[in-house]
Write a protein that binds this ligand. Structure first.
Ligand code: FJE
Ligand code: FE
Length: 332
């Protein structure tokens, strides 16, 4: 693997050199010849047997949500309703007093990853907590949570919130929280690449987070001219969300993709990424094992059938089957 990584790094450097060449025709022809020279039997100079490529690219435009909050929704918008098991990815931006006041959830997990500022959370069972930049709250709503999520302090507070569906057997589990503080998040730094391992495994290092629906969530930063190859389990769905800078994803000859874009990846065993720009590139690589189950969704309730949704609405209205504490609770 080490040697192969070097090979693709060298080929990349070579190509950038050629791209800066004023003789455009040479640029167009050379990389192809070059790749054939470097090739394995398949004719592809890749460390992967079946490299994942980008099959869908969408810009997440800003929209209003909650109470005065702004979100860039990527998964969950109508062009990309569901990427099994992922229901939603929002990059949220909130300035007090805006926020996400008291609301319920059932049937999935929410992962909140703070990029800037801090958010405080309180729920109807007395759970309270504040997460700051770099911290993660992994919440399993299961059978029911009612909570508020509000920014703390002054100024802009930003982060990512991912909604992961739960399988039918897990939809009604007891609610649970896993909190990871920035200092406890394992990271690896090598050759201009830094990865923070929020869930799953990268570069031989594994996150302690328990994912009921098997999930990987990696936060990569690539310095200028850095390159990385990340394995992804073959049968999983996966996507990239570009947070900052711009990167080349999946194939070296594709156009650089700037911030706030979501990239859905093809099937395959891994992803290669290049930062050809002069600035740092930051992106989240997220993957999960598909549930392959029917999805019935009504706002913050995600079940398998319409009957279960009707039941959930009744449970919430009548404060039962997990929503008992909703009866008298209000956030402070
Ligand atoms: C929700 C509308 C919402 N994205 N990003 C409807 F806005 C929400 C919701 C959030 C949310 C919360 C945070 Cl902290 C970050 C978010 C949507 O709370 F749940 C429904 N049903
Ligand atoms: Fe919520």
């Amino acid at each position: 693997m080490g040697d192969q990584q070097k090979v693709s790094h060298i080929s990349y450097k070579h190509n950038t050199h050629m791209l800066s060449n004023i003789f455009n025709r040479a640029v167009a022809i050379f990389p192809r010849t070059h790749r054939v020279t470097m090739s394995s039997a398949s004719g592809q100079a890749s460390v992967f047997e079946e490299p994942r490529i980008v099959v869908k690219k969408l810009l997440a435009r800003a929209q209003r949500e909650g109470d005065g909050a702004v979100v860039r929704r990527s998964i969950g918008r109508h062009e990309l309703k569901y990427l099994d098991p992922f229901l939603m990815l929002d990059e949220f931006t909130v300035t007090p007093p805006a926020g996400f006041p008291d609301h319920p959830h059932r049937g999935f997990e929410t992962v909140t990853y703070m990029l800037q500022g801090a958010f405080t959370h309180q729920d109807f069972a007395g759970h309270k907590g504040t997460i700051g930049a770099g911290d993660v709250q992994w919440m399993t709503a299961g059978r029911g949570i009612v909570h508020s999520e509000m920014p703390v302090g002054e100024g802009l507070q930003t982060g990512l919130q991912l909604w992961i569906n739960l399988s039918s057997k897990d939809k009604m589990v007891e609610p649970n929280y896993q909190e990871l503080l920035s200092d406890d998040i394992k990271r690896v730094e090598t050759d201009g690449v830094e990865v923070k391992i929020i869930a799953g495994e990268s570069m031989g290092v594994e996150s302690p987070v328990y994912t009921r629906t098997p999930t990987m969530f990696l936060d990569f930063t690539l310095q200028s001219k850095a390159q990385v190859n990340q394995k992804i389990p073959e049968s999983w769905n996966s996507f990239v969300y570009v947070i900052e800078g711009e990167g080349v994803f999946g194939s070296l000859d594709s156009s650089p993709v700037p911030a706030h874009h979501v990239l859905v990846l093809s099937p395959g065993d891994g992803l290669s990424v290049w930062n050809k720009s002069s600035k740092a590139l930051r992106f989240a690589l997220i993957g999960g094992e598909p549930l392959n189950e029917p999805v019935a969704r009504y706002g913050p309730f995600v079940m398998n059938t319409h009957e279960e949704i009707d039941q959930t609405i009744q449970d919430y209205q009548h404060c039962k089957n997990g929503f008992e504490m909703a009866k008298y609770w209000k956030s402070q």
